[in-house]
Ligand binder design. Structure first.
Ligand code: 6CS
Length: 316
């Protein structure tokens, strides 16, 4: 059989590298009985449309980034909150790979008939604009593009910006036509989508990791023969580390190439500057709890505990 896997990113991206690894793994584990057809971002539509395609069975697997999904599944909006994760990448790698974390989100996804298969971290979110963004005051009135959910926009509103929610494919032209002033994404995507052509400055504040999730249709998964479920589960386990290494490699290499080519000026915020953003973003956690109730409060608490205990463990 052939399964279709829809991506929210183009060829050469972190999602594409992950999907290629999954394809290789599942084709090998199944002895060629399952083939994976990859559909990079483009013809199948926006992220929201990909989620619909997986729900109605047109595709079998899809990437669904919380920044887009949070209007449907408010609990995943937790990944759009700023300064919740550690500043230590190794801690974050372990938090995001933790089966405990996945378990927290099983029910929220299932309630939308989606089965959550994996979280895929893609690197630090950065900010681009035509000026440095050193303080929350620099965001005053800034039309910054975010992913398409209220939670993705909320933190930037707290900074005083006027966030605009648009699909990924529209960001370049909106920047070029001055419909927006700024956008936020990991470095690899800024290079690959050519945003550096229409933005002068990259601000590195390490507010959050860009995280995506791999989803399938709950009924489709339940209906699979047990051997096929096992091949899929085992393939997902095999490739779990691929994304982490790929994002580190791509984000680093593309930052260097953009700087060397003089395509972007890079502004690194210091700890005091980051602390001012952490403070200004703090109130948005209340909005998250208001949108998600007890379950969201529990998710927030458990992520904080995971981060704290892993930070302790690495400090020991
Ligand atoms: O900003 C976005 O909409 C997109 N950014 C990345 C890095 N991946 C997919 C997502 O849709």
């Amino acid at each position: 059989v052939t399964w279709r896997f829809a991506l929210e990113e183009i060829e050469g991206s972190v999602q594409h590298a992950y999907a290629e690894a999954l394809k290789e793994s599942i084709e090998e584990l199944s002895g060629g009985r399952i083939l994976l057809d990859l559909f990079p971002y483009g013809s199948l539509g926006t992220s929201a449309q990909l989620t619909e395609l997986v729900k109605n069975g047109s595709v079998n697997l899809a990437f669904a980034s919380p920044g887009h999904l949070a209007d449907q599944i408010p609990e995943v909006g937790v990944f759009t909150l700023h300064y919740l994760l550690s500043d230590d990448s190794e801690v974050n790698r372990r938090v995001l790979a933790s089966p405990d974390l996945l378990a927290l989100f099983e029910t929220p996804y299932a309630s939308r008939n989606l089965k959550l298969l994996a979280f895929v971290p893609e690197g630090w979110m950065t900010w681009t604009a035509n000026k440095p963004l050193r303080t929350p005051a620099d965001f005053e009135g800034l039309r910054i593009r975010t992913m398409t959910s209220d939670m993705a926009a909320a933190t930037f509103r707290a900074y005083g910006a006027e966030p605009q929610q648009t699909p990924f494919s529209q960001v370049y032209s909106d920047l070029q036509l001055n419909k927006i002033d700024a956008q936020t994404n990991p470095v690899f995507a800024i290079e690959e989508m050519d945003f550096y052509e229409v933005q002068s400055t990259l601000t590195v504040a390490r507010p959050a990791q860009f995280i995506s999730s791999v989803v399938t249709n709950g009924d489709w998964y339940k209906g699979l023969p047990e051997t096929q479920q096992r091949w899929l589960d085992n393939a997902l386990r095999e490739v779990a580390d691929v994304a982490w290494k790929t994002q580190e490699r791509l984000n680093q290499a593309r930052l260097e190439s953009m700087v060397e080519a003089g395509q972007l000026e890079v502004v690194q915020l210091n700890d005091d500057e980051r602390a001012a953003f952490a403070q200004a973003s703090r109130q948005v956690r209340e909005d998250y709890v208001a949108a998600t109730g007890e379950r969201g409060r529990e998710i927030l608490k458990r992520i904080q505990q995971l981060v704290d205990s892993l930070e302790q463990a690495t400090a020991d």
